[in-house]
Design a protein around this ligand. Structure first.
Ligand code: AMP
Ligand code: ZN
Ligand code: FE
Ligand code: FE
Length: 287
């Protein structure tokens, strides 16, 4: 079984439509794929409708959180997407991304970059708007060479010249909301140090005590020593460990299934979840 529990579609900052994503998951030989767009579940319906036979879809989202000034991402799986309190909070976080992106565009203009809001809005379409969409505009303008190159102090990195904050959840609130909606939580890439500051182990322990289910260990942003240390911490704290690609289509150089989760851990996630069931592919619509 090949299980990839962290991917993005055009519902956030991935470049595949949700339908393309599940078809690409089949082509990549995945048996299970989770769709975890940033602060959004809008891609789920299309992914379900297009799901090829042999691929199971795990519905999810990646929640933008912040604690003590440090940003972090919380993966949420198999929650009831209609549960009203969690739905309201997700929409607050997602909707606040628009004025926040407008602020970043204005800051770039003040820095002399000929970027326009219209262009960014067209790149993002209906998506949960993120820095990678602005970064794509910067690549088109020749300001930077790659999307990644826009994530520096000069441009869009946390605290960078054109950075603006967005509304984010306290991770303890996120865990409470996801559980209330019957879902399971996994701390995404907790040691992705190249993206900025990360939370200390004491915070992971506090989150575990508050009901966190697992940590993402196998991720391209974690080197081997980091993975070993995280596995030890997870064992100490009784947390599940997952592995995932964090696929973003052509916006990031990582393939579907680049890292995977064990069938045992996947089974445990599905046993704990009560908000939604994994969706087995029924053949899907033709392209
Ligand atoms: P935002 O959610 O708008 O704050 O943007 C954060 C997103 O940008 C992350 O979820 C990643 O998908 C992407 N990102 C962050 N750092 C980098 C980087 N160094 N290179 C490429 N993409 C990045
Ligand atoms: Zn992303
Ligand atoms: Fe993330
Ligand atoms: Fe992600």
């Amino acid at each position: 079984m090949r299980i990839d529990l962290h991917t993005h579609s055009r519902a956030s900052d991935g470049t595949d439509t949700p339908a393309e994503l599940v078809r690409n998951a089949a082509a990549a030989g995945l048996d299970v794929v989770a769709l975890t767009d940033h602060d959004s579940t809008r891609g789920h319906a299309e992914a379900m409708a297009a799901l090829p036979a042999g691929v199971t879809l795990v519905t999810g989202a990646e929640l933008s959180c912040r604690i003590d000034g440090i940003g972090l991402h919380m993966l949420a799986y198999l929650f009831d997407a209609d549960e009203p309190e969690f739905l309201r909070e997700r929409e607050l976080v997602r909707d606040d991304r628009v004025p926040r992106a407008r602020t970043m565009v204005r800051k770039l203009q003040e820095l002399g970059v000929p970027i326009t809001w219209d262009r960014v809005a067209r790149i993002a379409g209906e998506a949960s708007l993120g820095r990678p969409h602005i970064a794509t505009a910067l690549v088109e303008l020749g300001v930077v060479e790659t999307v990644s190159d826009a994530f520096t102090a000069d441009w869009l990195a946390d605290g960078g010249r054109a950075y603006a904050e967005k509304h984010e959840l306290d991770p303890f609130t996120a865990i409470r909301l996801v559980k209330q909606a019957g879902g399971v939580t996994v701390f995404a890439h907790p040691q992705a140090v190249k993206r900025g500051r990360v939370v200390p182990e004491s915070v992971i322990a506090d989150l575990a005590a508050a009901g966190l289910d697992g940590v993402e260990v196998d991720h391209m942003d974690h080197d081997e020593p980091t993975r070993t240390a995280l596995r030890g911490l997870a064992a100490d704290l009784g947390l599940l460990t997952t592995g995932s690609s964090d696929y973003h289509g052509s916006r990031k150089f990582v393939e579907l299934g680049a890292c995977t989760t064990s069938p045992e851990v996947y089974g445990e996630i599905t046993r704990r979840a009560t908000g939604a069931f994994p969706v087995p592919g029924a053949g899907g619509l033709s392209a």
